[in-house]
Design a protein around this ligand. Sequence first.
Ligand code: FE2
Length: 426
Amino acid sequence: MSFDIIVRGGTLPDGQLADIGIRGETIAAIEPRIDAEAGQIIDAAGNLVSPPFVDPHFHMDATLSYGIPRINASGTLLEGIALWGELKPLLTHEAVKERALAYCDWAVSMGLLAIRTHVDVCDDRLLAVEALLEVKREISPYIDLQLVAFPQDGFYRAPNARENTLRALDMGVDVVGGIPHFERTMEEGRRSVTELCEIAARRGLPVDMHCDETDDPLSRHIEQLAYETKRLGLAGRVTGSHLTSMHSMDNYYVSKLLPLIAEAGVSAIPNPLINIMLQGRHDTFPKRRGLTRVKEMQALGIRVGWGQDCVLDPWYSLGTADMLDVAFMGLHVAQMSSPAEMRKCFDMVTGINAEIMGLDHLGLRVGKRASLVVLDAGDPIEAIRLRPERLCVIARGKVVAQRTKQETKLFIAGRPPAVNRRHRAG
Ligand code: FE2
């Protein structure tokens, strides 16, 4: 028996040491020791071997556009939307594609091998849809890309957004999006949730809606999203992204709301980097944290992942394509500090995000797709603490990125020269 690749002596997320044998695009064996021929040996040397990172909430049509045509002065969501509106008429097919592909290269180097991106459908040209559909095809050998038809300026509020959403879905966009809190009235927001869920039900598509991304505790569109999910039998296919208004809702109302979300089988994707930055901008003090109720939802069995949302765009001036940065921030803002909670944060940016996106082929198990990451860390908690180098990234059975360990040589008077490997414990 022979393998194309053996990843030798890695530490799996559960702490077991194992060799991983890869044949073609598939994980063919995971055993304590594999003695067999292999075309290529990757020496993991005790380092953490993880399933790939997955980002279930991103905006690839806007990424890497920071500063074009200007910078978001107030730092608010609403100025970001206005600024994106200034940029949209300037977009070209080539520029959108070039920025998206540059971002995807970056993502691969960080072991980020599956991304769900919203794509704005309010531009009648739908050129970003066309560009990202091309990108999706071109990167399919190494990244699973899902597109969400996203009526950024409002499904009813923006001219043609309804028609353009349907056109984008006809073109092959995978998921139905929405933005109920940005419609003109609460009632129109509610109706948009209903109609968009009905469109998804008719077409057999998932739903992923920007929902209640506001500090207004009366923004309760998640309630309607849960109701429609139940009514239309969409359990497991519907996601509410952001859900920030929940941080300010009355506790009594939330005690009714969360069981409804759990019963409906709706998933949640908070985006901690962007929301700790955007939310609470109208507050003085005390100032709200801007994150939804993560642990409380998880306690009721609601599936919650972490999304990145933005990198270098009208809403967010930073970003690294590193889902460990997202987990690190989420862990802090949600106060997920126990060892079990920190491990959960790692699962959220790998396996749980993959579940939310319906990517059953990912995971470190025999028969799954041979996509994995070797990190310069000993375990998932250390990975979040250090956000270390991705030493090797394998996608569909091919090595797509390799990097050497980051080491600093120390020359301190009175001590022999030493090497500092970023404070690893082992
Ligand atoms: Fe978003």
